[in-house]
Design a protein around this ligand. Sequence first.
Ligand SMILES: Nc1ncnc2c1ncn2[C@@H]1O[C@H](COP(=O)(O)OP(=O)(O)OP(=O)(O)O)[C@@H](O)[C@H]1O
Length: 385
Amino acid sequence: MRRTPQPQRDYAPWTDPAAVPLVRFESVTKRFGDFVAVDELSLDIYRREFFALLGPSGCGKTTLLRMLAGFETPTEGRVLLDGEDVSRLPPYRRPVNMMFQSYALFPHMTVAANIAFGLRQDGMPKPEIKTRVDEMLELVQLGPFAHRKPHQLSGGQRQRVALARSLAKKPKLLLLDEPLGALDKKLREKTQFELMDLQYELGLTFVIVTHDQEEAMTVSDRIGVMNQGKLIQVAPPGEIYEFPATRYVADFIGDVTLIEARVTGTAEGETHLSRLGAGADDAPLLCRPGNGAAAAGDAVAVAIRPEKVRISKQKPEDAAVNAVSGQVWDIGYFGDFSIYHVRLADGTTVKAQEPNQSRLAAREITWEDTVWLSWAPEAGVVLTG
Ligand SMILES: Nc1ncnc2c1ncn2[C@@H]1O[C@H](COP(=O)(O)OP(=O)(O)OP(=O)(O)O)[C@@H](O)[C@H]1O
């Protein structure tokens, strides 16, 4: 679907204190009886942003989206759209469209009729509907399929019809609830890129709900990680991955090892730590940049991504890296890389990811080997929460 090269995205209105958000959740709480589905949540989303709400099942993502669309009313707090309080406006009075998890198309209608449906309901004149439908068909590259019925399409094509239908009214804001849930992995990846291109080309604001962290990382400008009705961290994907705010975020996004440790001192952006359960001979750990909130004596976790950990038979000579030794407990072979699970003496399992640059037969490290794991002080993040 891509037609023009997409420039490097350097769009970051959330860093500009003067930027006016398109969407503002102001201390929004939603209760269902005694159950708190969304808990005093505040969040700003900006025009032309692709925002992903990510979290485990039941954390309140869909409820938040439904409050934005107008299908639910906040119990407390306000939802603002373009500065206007829309908390109590019905869905049809909002410049918002929502594409649902089950993007049910009308089975008896053709692709074109499905796309035209909302426009007809709005009373748009026929010639204008035709022009708009053609434009949408072209956008999702389904022109030749205009007269087919949904059952004559593949899953991915149906998905694109649903997208075209949600886009037809050119909503300021499109909300997508697990839009790619029904697709297989390959098609899902392809459609992710198509979604990004569409959003970018049309200059729209997308808010997507997903529990697939890879999807959120791929498509979005910023991710909001939710747990139990609260937003735990809101940041661009790279920042969430490299600088998770809490153990929960570190563990939820990507693969990670959390090493329990105690802070022994902090100085000039460096945090010195001793690993809990470390033997008398174990070297102290060092993390950089330091976490400002950690003070000497604090119990913390050091989060390390497996791809930042090197594995070797010999102790690394470089004294500037952190090094621990253990025994290979498990090896996961993924073709292009392998993940080694290495058990330290105290039972902690540390994961190391190594690219498979040589063939299997040449692989040097195997089960039960005693190995050294090492990582740079920059690779670990000290987490207090
Ligand atoms: N109408 C309702 N009445 C009672 N409880 C509800 C209602 N809607 C949602 N809930 C509850 O609120 C919580 C949050 O639901 P929500 O659908 O927002 O979660 P989610 O994060 O979108 O989950 P999933 O990824 O499974 O869709 C859940 O525990 C759910 O059971």
